[in-house]
Design a protein around this ligand. Structure first.
Ligand SMILES: [Zn+2]
Ligand SMILES: [Zn+2]
Length: 246
């Protein structure tokens, strides 16, 4: 079985390099899911001619806007112009459902009266064990990142493939569990030189690459300080629209 992974958005929170916020789209085993869905992700999908109604599940690493803020926009369009009828699963850390409601209420006051006409399920995943999300098995690990975001990194099993993503967070030994024998580890690489709390940066990644134990590693979520080095470093780096098969 092959898995096709598209970096719909490979940017940081702030549009560095003109890049869209995090959204990684995976097609495998007859299902299509997105890992993270930042505030700009609907724009990115439209620019890449991808219909968001085709997504079966959205998996969220944590509750920062550049990773989850697009979900209420997607849900609103699904209920209005896009007229979704297929089921959708939104899976994320503890409190995902309430936070999506709070974002919708803040940005679209009055929208709480809208009721989806399609089956919509929320799955708030437990850390440290495999959670069933449709046909996927998703294991979140607690991440060392802004604690108010209920941060996790994710190991996703789909058919016989394993795709893992660090989300945002400092190196912890559990990242090695997340990446062990994975077909692909997607790792944030926020800064090139500057040590930064609650994120991975390039020197740490280089030191830890082997610890991931993955068949392939791709770097993403690069800041304006890291981006100028992306073409020069030997590691594989994402860009918006990059498609890889694993
Ligand atoms: Zn981020
Ligand atoms: Zn974050």
């Amino acid at each position: 079985m092959k898995a096709t992974v598209r970096f719909v958005g490979s940017g940081d929170s702030f549009g560095s390099g003109g890049r869209f916020q995090t959204c990684i789209l995976v097609d495998a085993g007859g299902t299509r899911f997105a890992i993270d869905f930042g505030t700009s992700s609907l724009i990115a999908l439209n620019q890449q001619s991808i219909e968001h109604n085709s997504i079966d599940a959205v998996l969220l690493t944590h509750l920062h806007g550049d990773h989850c803020g697009g979900v209420p926009f997607m849900l609103m369009d699904a209920m209005l112009g896009a007229r979704r009828s297929r089921p959708l699963i939104i899976a994320g850390p503890r409190d995902t459902r309430a936070r999506m409601g709070a974002i919708a209420e803040a940005l679209f006051p009055g929208s709480e009266v809208m009721v989806p006409k399609f089956p919509l399920d929320y799955v708030e995943m437990e850390t440290g064990r495999a959670n069933a999300v449709g046909p996927l098995r998703v294991t979140p690990y607690a991440a060392k990142h802004t604690w108010q975001t209920n941060p996790t990194f994710l190991r996703v099993e789909v058919g016989d493939k394993v795709i893992a993503y660090t989300g945002d967070g400092e190196w912890t030994d559990e990242m090695a569990k997340m990446g062990k024998d994975a077909d692909l580890v997607i790792a944030e690489c926020y800064y090139y030189e500057k040590p930064i709390k609650w994120h991975l940066n390039y020197p740490v990644l280089v030191e830890r690459l082997k610890d991931f134990g993955a068949k392939r590693v791709i770097l993403t979520h690069m800041s304006r300080e890291m981006l100028p080095h992306a073409a020069a470093v030997p590691e594989e780096c994402a860009h918006d629209g990059l498609v890889v098969e694993v």
